[in-house]
Structures are given as C-alpha cells and as structure tokens.
Design a protein around this ligand. Structure first.
Ligand SMILES: [Zn+2]
Ligand SMILES: [Zn+2]
Length: 525
C-alpha cells in the first residue's frame, strides 16, 4: 500500500523541496522580504505566512530550518505617499528609508515606524523570524563582496536583463546605485567610474551636481534585480515565497535565476509564487495606493489562529478577497464552531498560534449582544445563558476577549447598519411614523402582553415573538411587513433596521419591549 500523503499545498511543496538532494544535516534557509515603506498589510502577511508553514513542516519532518525576514529598509523612498505630509517628506524622496525621520517622531527612523507594529504582529502570530535589516547588511559590509562581483560582471548582467526583459539598458546603467554624499539621495545618481584596484565607485548626482569617489560599503545599494540574487548567494537562500509580479516571465525571479548562477555561482532558491490579497471592492492591497488593512488591525478583531487559517487554507495561487465584514466573521465562526476541524484539519493545525479556545457563539450574534450589554462581559454572559448558550466558568476569560474583539470590530470595520444602541427613552423619530405604524406597535404590544400573561418570560421563545410581527401585520392590512419592522426598530433603537427582531426582543427583555411599544403607540404625532 502506498503511504497516504497529505493533499495540503504546503505539504506538497515540502515534498518537492525534500526531493532535491541535500545533506542530512542541511539547514534550510527560508527567506522573506518586505519593504517597510508604508503600513505592512495583510497582503504582505501572505508572504510571511507562506514561509512560516513551510518552516513549520520542515521542522515537523525533523529537518533543521531557519526563517529570515529581510527588512528592505535601505530602499529609497519612492515618492511622497498619500499618507505622508508633503512638507516634511518631499525632500527625502530618494533617500534610504532607514535614514529618514519617522512620521510620529517616536521611532528611530521611517522604516522602524512601520516595522515595529509589523514585528509585534509577527510575534502574536507565532512566526519565529530572524530579522535582518538591509541597511545593516549594507553598512556592515555583508554586501561588499557581491557588490564587487556585480560591478565586475556589469556587462553580463546588462545582457541578461536586456535579453529576458526586452528593456533597453543604457550605457550608463550600473548594478550599483550610489547614495550622494552631498544630498543623501540615490534618486538620480549615476555610476561614472569603477576603480578596481582601490574598490571605489565614481558617481555623479544629477540632482545636486555633486561628483566623487566612494567605497561600496554604506554608500549605495544594488538595484533590486541584482540585489535579490546577490542576497540569495550570501544568505544561502533555499526557499523564498514571492508575489506573482516577481514570479512572472521576465520578472525578477526569472532574471535573478540566471544572474545568481552566472555572476554569484550559486543556485536560485525554490520559488513559491503567491497571488495578491485584494480588499473586497477596492482592488489589490497596496501601501502606495493606501487601500490596505494593517495586520495589527485585524489582530484586534480576531485571534491569531483565525487570521492564519484564513490565509493558509487558500492555495498560494488562489486570489483571496479579504472582506472584513462577511468573510472574516464566517471564518471566525468556522474556527470557533469547529467546522474547520472537518473541512480543513491540516490548515487548522498549521494555524495554531494562540491557544485558541472555542466558545461556540456566532460572532455576528456576539456583536449584537455586546451592544445590548453596553460592552459589559458579565451582562453578555447573562444574556448568552438566557439564550441557551452554555459558557463554562473556565471560559470566562475567552468570553471577555471575544467581547473586546466584537467592540473593536464595531469600531474598525462595522458598516453603519451593524451599529445600534437601545434608546433610553422613546426616540423623537417615532413621531414621524404613520398612524397605522403606531397602531401596529400597539397591536404588537398587546400580543406580547398576552404571551406574558400565559407563561413566564423565560419560556417565551424567539420564534413565537418573531411570528407575532406577522400576526400584527395581518391585522393592519395597509402596512407591509417591512413597514412593521421599521416602526419596531424606530421605537427601540432609532433606526430603520436592526438585529433579528424575535431574538432581539428576547434578549433585551419581553416586558421591557412590551411597555416601550405601548408607549410608542400612544404618542401623538
Ligand atoms: Zn513613528
Ligand atoms: Zn546629490
């Protein structure tokens, strides 16, 4: 009998990686890299999570592995992004991100401003990263050797780039981009000489007209298409996830493969190409467009396991439409009600991060209850118990945390129709209801009153309350059921829509609602 293999994409990738010959004690280097030029968003998270699952599986299989994150903080600021103050940042365009002041003045640099929350999220997501900063690699001399190799092989690289991308390479093109000593920018510097003996680069800055000779260390960087294969060579990269732009034909992986073999004499890493994450209704997430959802914001509304699961369960080549309203709540429920255990147990296993404890309350439901209970976990717990949910004492902490998630979700992501609060007294807007709408509220109140006279409040079910809305509507022939509900929500929460009516009445108290509706029906227009 053949061994039954996991069908999970990450297991299949690891099968392929391990099929390649490596010494038994080989330490697999998995590398990810993200430029901290803006908020690092959940589109970027896909890169790191893809690397992380491969890392976890290699360890499961008894292999040694190391997971690196290279912060590309030596990249230049490309432009003044919409989220930046142009007054402050215009002059820093072209400067390395590690050398620019941070937007809030609380961090050592622009790059660190965006790195700090990202790295905090990584630890919440239990991603065990070894962090390297490109600025430190360059300034510390780790790149010296490869820069020299690249300068020596300038013509070979230019030929590869032209052949594979079809783009004209002008005669001044250089794999090295110097940073101008005078103005600090690398936006318009040109290499005009290479002194092989003294290992100095001659440059001209077309921005400030400064000209000079500088050593390679800490005075510039390789262009992206050369930087990447150079990094593969000295970090001994075995595996690297990459966005589909890099992985396409003529993309930087394509050119990098040939450059790393011919110039740096190493093999390229095993590529894992992934699709973008789009923000529902807003296109691909991109820091420069500003349509991003930051990782730390999602971790305020769902546990780390849920966010991991949402991304890990999709094939890397599958586009993810991130929708913080429907999709996020559904995935939260899938993990919480343990359907995930049956639907995709392997993804769930690879998503474990925070010691998730299910409480089996639909998140949507909790969002309503939290609002009724004014955010008080004790009241939430009481309401849930009345509604038939069994929350053991030992889960009190989880419930408290869920309440916090629900409140954060309402604050960060909720569309207006999800938010409500029960009005303390009859809202003014009741006066604008039609006479028949006010009459129907009286009828509803009578029906509830009848129920209360027949049994105890706790024995009245949400379903029978819900039915009474239809009964009342039948008695008031010129009203549609929609107008009945509209009148009801106006009297209770001063809105035209709200949570499911029968259940809502049961939650806030049948007697309370009965009295409120009687009062509302008696109001003079
Ligand atoms: Zn800052
Ligand atoms: Zn300059």
């Amino acid at each position: 009998m053949p061994e039954r293999k996991s069908q999970h994409w990450a297991d299949r990738i690891v099968d392929q990686i391990l099929a390649q010959p490596h010494p038994e004690d080989h330490v697999y280097h998995i590398v990810t890299g993200i430029t901290p030029s803006g908020r690092i968003h959940i589109g970027n998270l896909r890169e790191v999570l893809t690397a992380d699952v491969i890392y976890r599986i290699l360890q499961e299989r008894g292999k040694k592995a190391k997971l690196f994150y290279v912060a590309d903080d030596y990249d230049p600021l490309r432009k003044v992004y919409p989220f930046l103050d142009p007054q402050k940042y215009q002059k820093f365009v072209g400067h390395p991100l590690s050398d620019i002041p941070c937007p809030c003045d609380q961090h050592p640099s622009y790059a660190e401003h965006f790195l700090e929350p990202f790295l905090a999220s990584m630890s919440q997501l239990k991603i065990d990263l070894t962090v390297l900063r490109a600025s430190e690699l360059y300034k510390g001399g780790r790149y010296n050797q490869v820069i020299i190799q690249a300068l020596e092989a300038r013509d070979t690289i230019a030929e590869i780039l032209f052949r594979l991308t079809g783009k004209e390479i002008d005669e001044f093109w250089s794999p090295f981009v110097p940073i101008c000593e005078s103005c600090g920018s690398m936006a318009e510097t040109k290499v005009i000489g290479w002194d092989r003996e003294r290992e100095l680069v001659g440059y001209l800055c077309q921005q400030c007209q400064n000209q000079g000779w500088v050593p390679v260390q800490g005075h510039g960087k390789l262009t992206w298409r050369v930087d990447w294969p150079a990094r593969w060579s000295f970090l001994n990269v075995d595996i690297e996830p990459m966005g589909k732009d890099h992985g396409s034909k003529g993309g930087s992986y394509d050119t990098g493969q040939e450059i790393v073999r011919r110039v740096f004499h190493k093999e390229p890493p095993f590529p894992i190409v992934y699709e973008w994450i789009r923000l529902e209704g807003m296109g691909d997430m991109s820091s420069s467009k500003g349509n991003v959802v930051a990782i730390e914001d999602v971790l305020k509304v769902v546990p780390a396991d849920v966010l991991r699961y949402l991304i890990i369960k999709a094939l890397p080549k599958q586009r993810i439409n991130f929708d913080p309203v429907n999709q996020l709540l559904n995935v939260f429920d899938e993990v919480d009600n343990e359907q995930a255990k049956y639907r995709d147990p392997r993804s769930l296993e690879l998503s474990l991060a925070s010691g998730f404890v299910p409480i089996k309350v639909p998140f949507n439901h909790l969002i309503s209850i939290v609002q009724i209970a004014g955010g008080d976990p004790a009241r939430v717990s009481a309401i849930l118990k009345r509604g038939g949910y069994q929350i053991p004492e030992s889960s009190a902490k989880e419930l408290e945390e869920r309440c916090r998630y629900a409140l954060n979700w309402l604050e960060h992501f909720a569309p207006a129709e999800y938010r409500f609060s029960v009005a303390e007294s009859i809202p003014q807007s009741v006066q604008s209801l039609t006479p028949s709408q006010r009459r129907v509220l009286g009828k509803l109140s009578d029906l509830l009153s009848t129920m209360l006279s027949q049994k105890e409040e706790k024995d009245i079910s949400a379903e029978e309350i819900h039915r009474s809305f239809y009964e009342a509507a039948q008695q008031e022939k010129d009203l549609s059921i929609k107008e009945v509900f509209q009148a009801f929500y106006t009297a209770l929460i001063d809105k035209e829509h709200g949570p499911r009516a029968g259940w809502f009445v049961k939650t806030i108290g049948v007697e309370f609602v009965q009295k409120r509706l009687a009062e509302a029906s008696a109001i003079e227009a």
